[in-house]
Design a binder for this molecule. Structure first.
Ligand code: GUN
Length: 293
């Protein structure tokens, strides 16, 4: 069994991005600029935004964060999106999800100009991705594909089973791996809450991607010997061993499943660190106007 080291891969990609940002600056152009909108005080969102700011600083990307109170109206968020759409200083921006209940997420996402939608959530980017046209690919699926690439994991002709059909992970990763590309060319089964005999389906996977959001859901009996297991889940559980009083676990029971898998991503240190570097990579593409030229 081989551990897929997302932390080390993310570190390498950050170095690559840093060199590319330096080259942009050396050529006399402005540093790439990523903006983020955070509405309310969801702790997970604050952590993500903090991580994003830190990563931007490390590679030389300008980062700005618009922090708005939870009572901000939908109209005010739309106005900020319009402002950022038209701000030539900003190459790309994200609106952190989830938004408070009184704000319609779809309405906000659809207001972002696709050219600046470095999260790849706008229907134009999702559609372009599905059609294999240049598009911003959202951060977590992009990170998963990058790990598959850098670990030389063959996907062509393989059976990929994706557990979970979220718009952020399951649906896009299933589209990406079924495309006529490399990585891609896989036969993909997308499982969800209405799937019958999910464990039986999971057991047929050469590559199992788990993005259900259920703590340690996948057990060793659900995994074929020598399968590749990608765990997208992240959960805090109380732990006496850790100084903080908690530890992080994924959607996969790592100890047992890792004995059966050929490759596996740990939690923490697997998919997670790849997410933010994927956003940096999309910001670089935005600054170079690579996707929409
Ligand atoms: N919430 C959880 N993941 C993400 C992400 O990748 N982007 C945004 N905007 N919100 C999120």
């Amino acid at each position: 069994m081989k551990i897929i080291d997302g932390r080390e891969t993310a570190r390498q990609i950050k170095e690559e991005i840093k060199a590319e940002v330096a080259a942009i600056i050396d050529s006399g152009k402005d540093s790439p600029h990523l903006a983020a909108v955070l509405v309310g005080d969801d702790p997970a969102s604050q952590t993500y935004i903090g991580g994003k700011e830190k990563a931007c600083n490390e590679v030389g990307i300008i980062s700005s964060v618009y922090r708005l109170p939870a009572i901000t109206t939908e109209k005010e968020v739309l106005e900020l999106v319009d402002f950022l759409n038209n701000d030539d200083q900003v190459d790309g921006f994200i609106v952190q999800l989830p938004l408070p209940d009184h704000i319609d997420e779809n309405k906000i996402i659809q207001r972002i100009r696709p050219e600046k939608d470095v999260d790849g959530f706008h229907p134009v980017n999702v559609g372009r991705m599905a059609l294999n046209l240049p598009a911003y690919i959202s951060a977590t699926p992009f990170g998963i594909i990058e790990l598959i690439k850098r670990y030389h994991i063959e996907t062509e002709g393989k059976h990929v089973v994706v557990l979970g059909r979220s718009h952020i992970v399951g649906t896009p990763v299933s589209i990406l791996l079924s495309r006529k590309t490399n990585p891609g060319n896989a036969t993909v089964t997308l499982c969800h809450s209405k799937t019958k005999n999910l464990a039986d389906v999971a057991r047929t996977a050469d590559i199992l991607i788990v993005a259900l959001g259920q703590k340690e859901f996948v057990t060793a009996d659900m995994v074929k010997k020598d399968a590749v297991v990608i765990d997208v889940g992240i959960h805090r559980v109380p732990s006496d061993e850790a100084k903080s009083g908690y530890k992080l676990v994924g959607d996969v029971k790592f100890d047992k499943v890792s004995r059966k898998a050929s490759f596996i991503t740990p939690v923490p240190g697997g998919v997670g660190p790849m997410t933010i570097v994927s956003l940096l990579s999309n910001t670089l593409k935005a600054a170079r106007k690579e996707i929409y030229s």
